[in-house]
Write a protein that binds this ligand. Structure first.
Ligand code: CP
Length: 334
């Protein structure tokens, strides 16, 4: 199976077949076990990886750099300020140049077209480390984490996403669930649902793979009997504060608090790709809490975030193991 991914790019979840997605999860679990038991063997010695960041990151950058380091590879981090990418040199030329020196290219930025252009012109694997449309490496970590915290196989798990669903996390969870035959609900105001075209595609995929997709404006209906309740941040520093109030008012009924968790399965776990506004420890959190009228978290209450139901830090750690699996599967010749 490794041979089927050798040399491949990952620009979005649908680049992978379900069996390839499963292969990456199994490989990640093995690499995680090896790391923890001190038996990990470097398989990427002398490989080099270019990491292109148009947007900020903590987890993804840490995961790519650490995974490369554990496996014996070296990385170079590029950002718009310290490179010619995008402003003085086209994406196509960048892809060609970097392919002459590196074994792989990772891209984090806004436009999905950019990562697809990189993949079109690169002669080495290109990885999407988040665009406005998709977050495929996060999906590998999310599924590994759900698998670790459930006794059921992935295709028997029911999980939910509540909040702003017309973003990369909403899109990616929807398509991943459909691809893997899972039971998945979105609880969000209709204006913040993924594009109808994507919903239709996901529903057809789910039907073909034995999964179920529900979209509802009721947060309670969405989380009913779910084993995992996911959410994501509602506002970001880049947006005008005038937009925050409207968004926060719209999403208030979808806040993950102890009452909402009561509608989920009794052993339900809380998941968040992070960063999260779960207290007043950040400037953004303080400003958003004032608008929401709480002394607490925004998309998730402190009570839930600080509880044993929260597995977001396991999820964050799994970025490392799953990204490592992606590097090994695509860069080690069979
Ligand atoms: N979840 C995630 O992608 O985190 P970073 O933005 O910190 O990389």
């Amino acid at each position: 199976m490794a041979s089927s991914l050798f040399g491949s790019s990952l620009t979005k979840e649908l680049d992978l077949r379900p069996d390839q997605f499963t292969y990456l999860l199994d490989l990640a679990a093995t690499l995680k076990r090896d790391r923890k038991s001190g038996t990990e063997k470097p398989m990427l010695t002398r490989k080099t990886i270019a990491l292109l960041f148009e947007k900020t990151s903590t987890r993804t950058r840490a995961a790519f750099e650490t995974a490369a380091n554990h496996q014996g590879a070296a990385v170079t981090v590029f950002d718009p300020q310290s490179s010619q990418i995008g402003h003085k040199e086209s994406i196509a030329d960048t892809a060609i140049v970097l392919s002459r020196m590196y074994d792989a290219i990772m891209y984090r930025g806004t436009a999905q077209e950019t990562v697809e252009e990189l993949a079109k012109y690169a002669t080495v694997p290109v990885y999407n480390a988040l665009t406005d449309s998709w977050h495929p490496t996060q999906m590998l970590a999310d599924c590994l984490t759900m698998q670790e915290h459930s006794l059921k196989p992935l295709n028997e798990i029911k999980f939910t996403y509540v909040g702003d669903a017309r973003n990369n996390m909403g899109n990616s969870l929807l398509i991943t669930a459909a691809m893997m035959g899972m039971s998945f609900s979105i609880g969000a105001p209709k204006s913040l649902w993924p594009d109808q075209e994507l919903i239709t595609k996901a529903q057809a995929l789910a039907k073909a793979n034995g999964g179920e997709i529900l979209l509802t404006e009721s947060a309670t209906e969405a989380v009913a009997d779910s084993e995992f309740v996911h959410t994501d941040i509602w506002v970001s520093m880049g947006e005008p504060e005038s937009a925050w109030k409207e968004r926060i008012d719209l999403l208030k009924p979808y806040r993950v608090n102890a009452k909402l968790m009561l509608s989920a399965a009794p052993t339900a776990k809380f998941m968040h790709c992070l960063p999260a506004l779960h207290d007043l420890a950040t400037t953004t959190g303080k400003k958003a809490a004032k608008i929401l009228g709480v002394n607490d978290g925004i998309e998730v209450s402190s009570e839930v975030f600080d509880s044993t139901a929260n597995i977001a830090f396991d999820q964050a750690e799994n970025r490392l193991h799953t990204i490592k699996a992606l590097l090994v599967a695509t860069l080690v010749a069979p």
